[in-house]
Design a binder for this molecule. Sequence first.
Ligand code: GLA
Length: 385
Amino acid sequence: MTLRSAAMFKDHLGDPTGAVVARAPGRVNLIGEHTDYNDGFVLPTIVDRHVEVVARKRIDRKVRVVAADLGERCEQDFDGTIDYTGFGWLPYVLGVAHELVQRGRMDLGVDIIFRGTVPREAGLASSAALEVATALALDAVFNLWLNPADMARLCRDVEHRYAGVRCGIMDQFASRLGRPENALLIDCRSLDARHVPMPLDNHRLVIVDSGVRRERVDSAYNQRRTECEEAVTRLREADDPITSLRDVTLGMLAEHKDLLPPDLFIRCRHVISENNRVADACESLANGDLAAFGRLMNASHFSLRNDFEVSHPALDRLVEEAIQVDGVLGARLTGAGFGGCTVNLVTETALPDIERQLAPFIDHWPAQSIVVGTPEQARVTEVIA
Ligand code: GLA
């Protein structure tokens, strides 16, 4: 049986009276990959895995953080130099707290304990869920009343400043604003977000974890971002008033092909075509045409594999095997790539068939698969009396 939040806090950090419990979900991106930092469009939804944070204000300026699942703990002082090394999770939790201190929103220290069910480094945004759950808890503890979009932006800034990943806004936005049974269409330029109902009927989203965890994903990710920026700089030579790949059409790209080396050309082709696919995917959801949605997922995967080159043989294998199964409408890698998970759109009756087909290629089926059940949206769940 899992320990209640109050008992967990008490075991590690003392009296839990007044502590706030907050939860934030992981996300699976349905389509729109590597488009967010190009001012483009993304369409993620939340999953039924979350991170829970319990936080309580202190009377001094110390901060104590416990990672309950890992048995790790650290103690620091906001008046000293904050050290972000030591534990992989530190930049996310401490980064949110420190950022709020620096913005003058938190004047006292805090005790924090967290645990979670989002698999780490699997492309399901466990770090965003940790940032958002931490921000929600601190928001309630210190009465900050941050609006959801500002909170998501703060969490994204934390990732840039303290974790060194130049990510886009998708993960933090999805974790903070996503709702069950809806996808979230985000215009990453204006940051307008719209809930898009997902009429899945007798279909399910199945997430399959390849088990591959590639090291230095962060540097490969940052490199892709740099490549996109370089492409924009070169395309500007054509006098087009563009500020990001969002402003470029496939026609413009073809016209200015000579301005780009071949590898940058195909990176751009992915981003631009992927933005188009997000628009088409929304239309197919509105029309209840899941078959069309599935075809777009497949096309997205092949573009990520061939043009953006962020796939991995294990992911390609899972996708190629899955789409051979009758009743699998579409499959693609999800998240940054280089390892992690695939997301599959599957007719309910075909669930045993996809399981049989993929079992030889993953270690612990079904432990490594998640049929997206009913997720919970990010919220403060309790204030401990
Ligand atoms: C990671 C980043 C996101 C996004 C995806 C790729 O999840 O955190 O901002 O760029 O990769 O679509």
